[in-house]
Design a protein around this ligand. Structure first.
Ligand code: 1HN
Length: 361
């Protein structure tokens, strides 16, 4: 066949581009580059508590007292748009008496108190949720939330939102309530949080999602100590999920929250997964090695493990370390895109056997 008079393939690519078309052959390079998996989105990075705290104090001087915006500093990964490509982690500060005004958005979010107290409250869909140190409060997708500092001190908490994911799917919605505070529920018998508890109203429909849940730290600590001597995960140590009490599954549909105990002297095995994770150090000191980068952490530091990066944890100290983390595993699992290498470690081990069933008959 004669090719005389035909355009070159390059010229044809240009011709196609002008017609808003693109030959599949142009994706060849992309496909070749992901043999063995994706390049991690973002780089391993750590934000020091002292530095973030100092910047929060400065933002107190510069962002006015009454505000519809938040005095939140987001941790920006140097190599992607958020902390990870799916999530933003940041810290927020309120001075005594301040209120962060009521609003709602389709981003699912959570608050983890760092310097709180009985007077620090996030109202979620009319239900006040106290934020004492290390308590977790959920503000699921499209729930109204405003934060009140009723303590005599500055307060600080961690915010985590699934921003990158929601923007990537192009489903952001936002609404301001238009006043400082949303109304609070008057009748305690109507609290939605109780609709997800151990005792529920028989006459009502079953509520499935978007609960204004609070997970007091005391319960997490107690459970971590009860399980401190079980082998746990070879990759993450003794690691507990903040379960949704209704489904038994992930904390929220897109985000899972974990509390993790790394025993003194413990070193975990290295692995990688398609999910990304953001970490906050509750206590202790250690190192997380991420794709060869050593993130050396101490109390209240925050760090990020980008997706598909190979990582392990080391606690060389003589004290236990406790990490709080948030990941996007549920979003990936929902799409059947959650993978781990070298093996699946989430939800795979058998539960402990019943003692009476162990004896050989
Ligand atoms: C937001 O609404 C809060 O409600 C905190 O406290 C941080 C970061 C980005 C977008 C919205 C809050 C946020 C945020």
């Amino acid at each position: 066949m004669s090719t005389v008079g035909l355009p070159t393939l390059r010229e044809f690519d240009t011709e196609l581009e002008a017609a808003n078309l693109r030959g599949q052959w142009l994706y060849d390079e992309v496909l070749e580059s992901v043999v063995g998996g994706p390049k991690p989105a973002g780089v391993p990075f750590l934000w020091r508590w002292e530095e973030v705290y100092a910047k929060l104090l400065r933002s107190c001087d510069l962002l006015p007292e009454s505000f519809t915006a938040r005095r939140n500093l987001s941790f920006m990964n140097p190599a992607t748009r958020g902390t990870t490509h799916t999530m933003n982690m940041g810290m927020q500060m309120l001075k005594p008496g301040e209120v962060a005004w009521a609003h709602r958005h389709t981003m699912s979010a959570l608050r983890f108190a760092i310097q709180g107290g009985p007077g620090l409250v996030t109202v979620v869909d009319g239900e006040p949720c106290q934020m004492e140190d290390y308590d977790l409060v959920l503000t699921p997708s499209w729930t109204w939330h405003d934060h009140h500092n009723g303590t005599p001190e500055n307060v600080v908490w961690l915010d985590v939102l699934d921003i990158g994911l929601v923007l990537g799917l192009n489903v952001p919605f936002y609404e301001s309530y238009g006043e400082e505070r949303q109304p609070e529920r008057v009748n305690p018998g109507e609290h939605l949080a109780d609709r997800g508890g151990l005792l529920r109203p028989v006459w009502e429909q079953v509520k499935k999602t978007n609960f204004p849940f609070r997970y007091p730290w005391q319960g997490v600590e107690r459970q971590l100590q009860r399980m401190a001597d079980v082998p746990g995960s070879p990759y993450d140590g003794v690691v507990l999920r903040y379960a949704n009490p209704v489904t038994g599954g992930s904390t929220m549909p897109t985000l899972d929250c974990w509390a993790q105990l790394l025993r003194a002297g413990q070193q975990t095995e290295a692995h990688q997964h398609t999910s990304s994770a953001v970490y906050f150090v509750v206590r202790g000191e250690g190192i997380t090695v991420v794709d060869g980068v050593e993130l050396e952490w101490g109390p209240h530091d925050s760090f990020v493990v980008p997706n598909w990066s190979k990582h392990h944890f080391i606690n060389r100290s003589t004290e236990d370390a406790v990490l709080f983390s948030v990941n996007d595993i549920p979003a990936l699992q929902a799409l059947d895109l959650y993978y781990e290498k070298p093996e699946l470690s989430v939800g795979t081990s058998p539960v402990p056997p019943v003692p009476a069933n162990i004896r050989a008959r």
